[in-house]
Design a protein around this ligand. Structure first.
Ligand SMILES: Cc1cc2nc3c(=O)[nH]c(=O)nc-3n(C[C@H](O)[C@H](O)[C@H](O)COP(=O)(O)O)c2cc1C
Length: 118
């Protein structure tokens, strides 16, 4: 299981509720700029973020959400539970497919900085 925490105003939450599925794409340093300035900043409600980032959306293996072909780690999930938590909703998902799409090192966002996970 994995958990993501999403504000109710996000288009992402609307899509997850509509399809009951989502994908977590853990990016590499090369994709970090697009992750924070496009995918994490613009809304899918009025922008095609994949087109804006120049990334071709890839068909997932087990869910209907698109995935990023170059992402070092992809977790495809089916929603098992929603938990209201203050100004966010915790979305608990069962991982139905997990794989690596590239050998690049995955990164995370910590204290305002991109950091390597491995
Ligand atoms: C590094 C980073 C982490 C973020 N983490 C979250 C998060 O955990 N939950 C959330 O609701 N929004 C988070 N955001 C903000 C959303 O990604 C942002 O509001 C985005 O525009 C929402 O797009 P959407 O309307 O297509 O869902 C994050 C943004 C960045 C740059």
């Amino acid at each position: 299981m994995v958990m993501v925490s999403i504000a109710p105003s996000r288009h992402t939450l609307q899509l997850i509720k509509e399809f009951g599925e989502f994908a977590v794409n853990i990016v590499s340093e090369r994709l970090a700029d697009a992750a924070s300035n496009i995918f994490g900043y613009l809304s899918g409600r009025d922008t095609d973020k994949f087109a804006r980032a120049g990334i071709e959306p890839e068909r997932a293996r087990a869910v209907r959400a698109p995935v990023i072909r170059e992402a070092p780690v992809v977790l495809e999930c089916r929603v098992r539970q929603y938990v209201a938590a203050g100004d966010h909703v915790l979305v608990l998902g069962e991982v139905v497919a997990a794989y690596r799409n590239s050998d690049e090192k995955p990164v995370t966002w910590l204290n305002g900085q991109v950091r390597r996970l491995l």
